[in-house]
Design a protein around this ligand. Structure first.
Ligand code: NAG
Ligand code: NAG
Ligand code: ZN
Length: 277
C-alpha cells in the first residue's frame, strides 16, 4: 500500500479524480442547451407550425418529433416574467438570466429530462445554421468567400432525407405530401447553398422595446426643445436690456473713466470685484 502510494503520489490521484469528474459532467452535459434552443425555435416557427396548419403529425420515427426533444419538459416549464426574471416552474425559483436557470435545471431537475429514445436537437446544428443564428450581426466575410458549394450540397441531401423521414404516416395524397415537404424544407434545406447559407435571420424587435421607445421619444424631444430654448435664452435673451442699460450710462461712464480707469459698467457686471489689468 505504501509502495503504491509512492508510485502514485497524491497529486496524481487527485488529478485522475478531477479528470474523471470532468468526463462524467461532460457526458451528462454534452447536449448544448443554447444550440438546441436555436434549432427548437426554428422548428416551432417553420416545422411544427406547418404540421399543425395541415392538422397532421410528423412521423413517429422522425428525429425532430416534439416528443423526442430531450429538453422538452424543462423548456416547457420555463417562464420569463421580465427580461431579467426567469422562473423555474418545477419549484418556483427565479433567476436573473436563462443561463442560470439552465444551470439550475442541470443541478436540481436533471430527472425532468425526457426519457426513452431522445434526440439532442443541437446535433442538427449544421442543417439549421446555428452558427449564423449565434452571431446574427456578424458579416461572415471570409466564410462567404471560402464557402464550398459541394459541402453544402451534401448537407442539403441529408436535410432532405431527414425531412422525408418526417412526413406523416398513413396514406396521404401525393399532392398533400409534397405540399408539406416543400413547406418544411423552404426555411431549412432550401437555404443550404453558398448564396443563402449566410443570410442573417430576420430580427424581431421585442414588444417591450417598442413600448419603451414610444414612451421615451416624446420625453427626449421635449428635453431637446427645452435645452435649445435655454441656450437661446442664455445667449440672446439678455441683450436688449443690457444694451439699453449701457447706452444710458455710456456718457457717464466715459466721464467717470477719466477720473478712475475702472469703468463702472464693468464693475457692475463683475460684481464690484477689482479688475486686474
Ligand atoms: C412541465 O413538466 C411536467 C413534469 O415533467 C410535464 O409533464 C409538463 O408537460 C411540463 N410542461 C410543459 C408545458 O412542457
Ligand atoms: C388508407 O386509405 C384507405 C382508403 O383510402 C382507408 O380505408 C384507410 O383507413 C387509410 N389508412 C390510414 C392509415 O389512414
Ligand atoms: Zn427548480
Amino acid at each position: 500500500m505504501v509502495v503504491l502510494l509512492d508510485v502514485f503520489p497524491r497529486s496524481w490521484v487527485l488529478m485522475t479524480c478531477v479528470l474523471c469528474w470532468c468526463v462524467i459532467t461532460e457526458a451528462n452535459d454534452h447536449c448544448s442547451r443554447p444550440l438546441s434552443r436555436i434549432v427548437r425555435n426554428q422548428l416551432t416557427e417553420h416545422f411544427y407550425s406547418v404540421f399543425e396548419s395541415k392538422s397532421e403529425e410528423p412521423h413517429r420515427k422522425c428525429p425532430l418529433h416534439l416528443d423526442r426533444d430531450l429538453y422538452r419538459f424543462q423548456e416547457g416549464n420555463k417562464t420569463q416574467d421580465y427580461p431579467s426574471r426567469w422562473v423555474c416552474n418545477f419549484c418556483g425559483k427565479a433567476f436573473l438570466s436563462e443561463h442560470y436557470l439552465d444551470m439550475h435545471f442541470d443541478n436540481r431537475h436533471s430527472d425532468e429530462l425526457v426519457k426513452g429514445t431522445t434526440v439532442c436537437l443541437a446535433d442538427f446544428c449544421d442543417i439549421f445554421r446555428c452558427e449564423v443564428f449565434e452571431n446574427p450581426r456578424k458579416d461572415f466575410f471570409w466564410e462567404k468567400k471560402l464557402c464550398k458549394e459541394d459541402r453544402l450540397t451534401a448537407r442539403r441531401r441529408r436535410c432532405e432525407a431527414l425531412m422525408r423521414s418526417c412526413l406523416p404516416q398513413g396514406n396521404l395524397s401525393l399532392d398533400k405530401e409534397l405540399e408539406i415537404y416543400e413547406a418544411i424544407g423552404a426555411n431549412t434545406c432550401a437555404l443550404l447553398n453558398c448564396k443563402n447559407y449566410w443570410k442573417p435571420p430576420h430580427q424581431e424587435i421585442a414588444a417591450w422595446k417598442i413600448i419603451l421607445y414610444a414612451v421615451i421619444t416624446p420625453f427626449f424631444v421635449m428635453g431637446l426643445i427645452v435645452y435649445y430654448y435655454a441656450i437661446f435664452d442664455h445667449y440672446f435673451g439678455d441683450y436688449p436690456t443690457d444694451i439699453s442699460w449701457s447706452r444710458e450710462e455710456e456718457e457717464e461712464s466715459i466721464s467717470l473713466s477719466r477720473r478712475s480707469r475702472r469703468s463702472p459698467d464693468l464693475r457692475k457686471r463683475y460684481g464690484g470685484r477689482p479688475l486686474m489689468y
